[in-house]
Design a protein around this ligand. Structure first.
Ligand SMILES: N=c1c2ncn([C@@H]3O[C@H](COP(=O)(O)OP(=O)(O)OP(=O)(O)O)[C@@H](O)[C@H]3O)c2ncn1[C@@H]1O[C@H](COP(=O)(O)O)[C@@H](O)[C@H]1O
Length: 119
């Protein structure tokens, strides 16, 4: 009984599906007011600026990783993923194309893949 009660209270598992929801949200911000939507502000600044933000957030994540601050790395990684999704939406890249690439690579060692490129 005790176990059931704690299972009932357990939060819903949170996984990568949050990325799919976030992508729907950022896509819906196309044409929104840059005064009220940060995503719309990014779109209004253009692809190069969005790409620059992805790079900046990546560097910030790297710095936190090197510092060994896991909480800060989690926060910077979230910033990085958000800006990457905005970049995909800006270019009309469907996240499914990226998920498909990852799925195709499942079970293939990166070492073997690199060797096959040289052959
Ligand atoms: N996940 C995010 C998210 N992560 C980070 N950010 C914003 O990204 C910005 C990053 O901070 P910076 O200091 O680098 O940005 P900045 O200094 O304003 O930018 P620059 O002047 O350097 O270009 C902050 O303003 C954060 O609030 C996000 N903004 C929005 N979202 C999601 O997008 C949804 C839509 O947001 P809006 O478009 O604002 O409605 C939200 O509901 C969230 O789910």
């Amino acid at each position: 009984m005790g176990d059931k009660k704690s299972a009932d209270k357990a939060p819903a598992p949170l996984g990568a599906e949050v990325l799919d929801r976030l992508f729907v949200t950022v896509q819906a911000r196309k044409g929104a007011d840059p005064e009220t939507s940060y995503t719309a502000k990014l779109y209004s600044r253009g692809t190069a600026k969005i790409a620059q933000k992805v790079g900046e957030e990546a560097v910030e994540a790297i710095l936190e990783a090197v510092r060994g601050d896991k909480a800060a790395l989690a926060a910077e990684s979230a910033d990085l993923l958000y800006h990457l999704l905005v970049l995909w939406a800006d270019l009309g890249l469907d996240p499914a194309e990226v998920w498909s690439k990852l799925a195709q690579r499942e079970g293939t060692s990166g070492i073997d893949e690199k060797k096959s490129r040289k052959a």
